[in-house]
Design a protein around this ligand. Sequence first.
Ligand code: PMP
Length: 459
Amino acid sequence: HLPTAELQALDAAHHMHPFTHAAGLAQKGARVILRGEGCWLTDSEGHRILDGMAGLWCVNAGYGREELAQAAAAQMRELPFYNTFFQTTHVPAIALAAKLAELAPGNLNHVFFAGSGSEANDTNIRLVRQFWAAQGKPDKQVIISRRNAYHGSTMGGASLGGMAAMHAQGGLPIPGIVHVGQPHWWAEGGEMTPEAFGIARARELEAAIADLGEDRVAAFIAEPVQGAGGVIVPPASYWPEVQRICDAHDILLIADEVITGFGRTGNWFGSQTMGLRPDIMTIAKGLSSGYQPIGGSILSDRVAEVIGGIEFNHGYTYSGHPVAAAVALANLRILEDEDLPGRVGRITGPYLARAWAGLADHPLVGAAETCGLMGALQLTPDKAARARFAAPEGTAGLRARERCFANDLVMRHVGDRMIIAPPLVISEDEVDMLVARARTALDETLAGLRADGLMVAAV
Ligand code: PMP
């Protein structure tokens, strides 16, 4: 390949990166990633980087899985593509749908495939609205979501999402989407106990339903554990109350499992970890461990019966793409054979929880939380007061991310929260390494913030 500086110059000249605010960094030269093995990346300068984000919450089975390369090659030779629109189907899509029906909890037995998580959530918007319309309830159309949620980048996905910065561009959200608060106790819980706050946030959903009238509300969508919003682990009181509210008002519950699915929280699905009974699950990312772009919606018997009984005018060329489906199937076999969800639940999740909790003594860390192999560090200038930085939101997080990267560790920042989600194959030694590098990065960040006079709380 070309020398790094030339690759970076071409990248800056011609390659538009997603979320280009992040490209401010890229102008200094984005790191060119060449290959991966297990939890490790190698860049064009030969550095070995510990990937604390599994690509982008994707690579659950780890990098370098020869079985997946072989599954893709074999399927490309056999049948690289065929559609499933016009009374045709094919073996990989059949086998993957059947496997997902087996793995998904409860009566979630029917899979509508898409090419990504965003596409799957767009499907969900149309699907839940059609579900009620087909039953003579054409006014039951509003979908309730949560502020600061991320559900994709298409017009539908970004509308469901609750990111103010995304809504500020392009006329979002689309009509019929309403947002309620997220159960982020550290930032918003004030004097309440986490338990009381969890109930209060769930009741915001009930208040929104009462406001609109339950005959106008089609569904509530949420991640079991909010990921891109900053790994917000809800208080234990939150989900049982939300489930009760959805049941009481006959509101469909959509669990967006794009991040929490496929072992991340220590079960196959985050809904199991949090004790939910969703009517629909959104899946993507870990479904193929990111080796192929594929997503989908898994529907309950009740939802599928209605949708299957009408003309549902919706589908993507690549719904159930044979190569993607074959790779996803091979990936699920790896997760199952190596019992990666169980390993997260019993071994690596608890190990990370202990090691991560050790970072809570750092002067910059207000809270250190985990759920399975997801983790967050809340950065604060004053932990006793649960204070936010007076410096522009995200300054401390951005600095910490840069210090992690300089120490060959990938972590992300969401505002002043640092987050991780490493591949599920991570070993205990690698967890120790990750935590040690994170601590070094925190020390360096703290020194920098102090030197620049930024360890100051907002009033
Ligand atoms: N839902 C959630 C919870 C996500 O985290 C993401 C992606 N980060 C999406 C949906 C969108 O998925 P995709 O990027 O594959 O469209």
